[in-house]
Design a binder for this molecule. Structure first.
Ligand SMILES: Cc1ncc(COP(=O)(O)O)c(C=O)c1O
Length: 357
């Protein structure tokens, strides 16, 4: 009897222009400074023994210190406005970059912003991102609930109260918002490929800090554009669910929004939880080393919670020869830099001389 053959789905490969056209069908507001630069980091590459490393400067998306969420919010806030929202109900940790950029986007678009911020990971002094939330006029509630399902439920509750008072809240709804946000990283991938191709280069590998929309959008873009190179998402958080399945689902909901037939499975997601160190929101020794190394070799600042851990993952792969000699590596800098001010005690370099209380 003939052996059953495995069935693999093949999807049409789209050109960057075809993909841009699919994305253009969704509502979008102009918030970010785009395209962000793709900057080569030769002194850093020298220090880690790789030939070419390019940093996609999504920390330079512009709005209130920038970051990946400003790209996300071009689609998320357009969706909110299309739904007639007059207030955003958002939440995460007290040093959330997402909340800071969302509060800034609300200010720019004339929407109210109500933030529910968890102090569960510490850092609730009014510094860094939290200070900026207040400066752009967000209404802030600080809670002991942890981020994830508990905080998600609190936001739904608070949105219910607003509705009862005749307001039109657009509330952080993980299922919907993550997919809308992911669409923006299809465009980021197109930007990166175009910037490399102008230098007659193709990526050998792409690294990003993500356990959600950013990596999911890039993974969908890789599938749609037929890109072969590895795309590694270094997770800043361990969710109480399977991150590969979660990111594939986000990508698939984004594909459905764009009416694309492409579908990801968990196997299409290369997500690593190996560089979390002591946990979400806590500085890891390898992350701190990575932050110092990039700062001192290129003058580029990473953040303590996301990008420094992702760069630690890239450095580890390079040091263990998991990337071939002569590789062209892209590291997407997703921002988060205002948090360094709230993490002063953990980040102060050990050789900085006199320490002040
Ligand atoms: C600086 C930074 N990088 C990366 C991420 C990861 O984003 P996501 O998991 O939503 O893709 C975040 C999320 O808040 C962030 O603030």
């Amino acid at each position: 009897m003939a052996k059953p053959q495995a069935v693999y789905m093949t999807y049409p490969i789209l050109t960057p222009d075809e993909l841009r056209q699919a994305v253009a069908r969704l509502p979008r507001v102009d918030l970010a400074h785009l395209p962000t630069p793709l900057e080569e980091a030769p002194r850093f590459a020298d220090r880690v023994g790789s030939s070419r490393i390019f940093i996609k400067r999504d920390d330079c998306t512009g709005l209130l210190f920038g970051g990946n969420k400003t790209r996300h919010n071009e689609f998320v806030l357009a969706d909110a406005m299309q739904q007639g929202a007059d207030v955003l109900v958002w939440g995460a940790s007290t040093q959330s970059n997402n909340c800071r950029q969302t509060a800034a986007a609300c200010a720019k678009l004339g929407l109210d912003c109500q933030l529910h911020l968890s102090r569960a990971t510490g850092h609730d002094e009014i510094q860094g991102n939290l200070l900026l939330d207040y400066l752009v006029g967000a209404k802030v509630e600080i809670t002991d609930l942890g981020i994830g399902p508990d905080l998600d439920n609190l936001m739904q509750e608070r949105a219910g109260v607003l509705r009862a008072h005749g307001r039109k809240p657009y509330v952080w709804d993980r299922h919907h918002v993550t997919a809308v946000a992911a669409v923006s990283y299809l465009l980021c991938l197109i930007e990166i490929l175009g910037q490399l191709r102008r230098q007659r280069l193709e990526p050998s590998a792409i690294y990003v800090s993500s356990s959600g929309s950013t990596g999911a959008g890039l993974a969908l873009g890789k599938l749609v554009l037929g890109l072969e190179c590895p795309l590694r998402s270094i997770c800043p958080i361990r969710w109480p669910w399977n991150v590969r399945e979660y990111m594939a689902e986000i990508g698939n909901r984004a594909a459905a929004l764009l009416e694309l037939p492409h579908r990801l499975t968990a196997k299409d997601i290369d997500a690593s939880e190996d560089y979390l160190g002591p946990g979400y929101g806590k500085v890891s020794p390898a992350g701190k080393d990575a932050l110092e190394l990039l700062a001192r070799s290129e003058g580029i600042l990473l953040d303590p919670v996301y990008t420094s851990k992702a760069l630690a993952g890239l450095i580890d792969d390079l040091r263990h020869q998991r990337l071939a000699a002569g590789s062209t590596v892209v590291f997407i800098h997703t921002g988060g830099t205002p948090a360094v001010f709230a993490y002063r005690d953990e980040l102060l370099p050990t050789n900085s001389g006199e320490r002040r209380a």
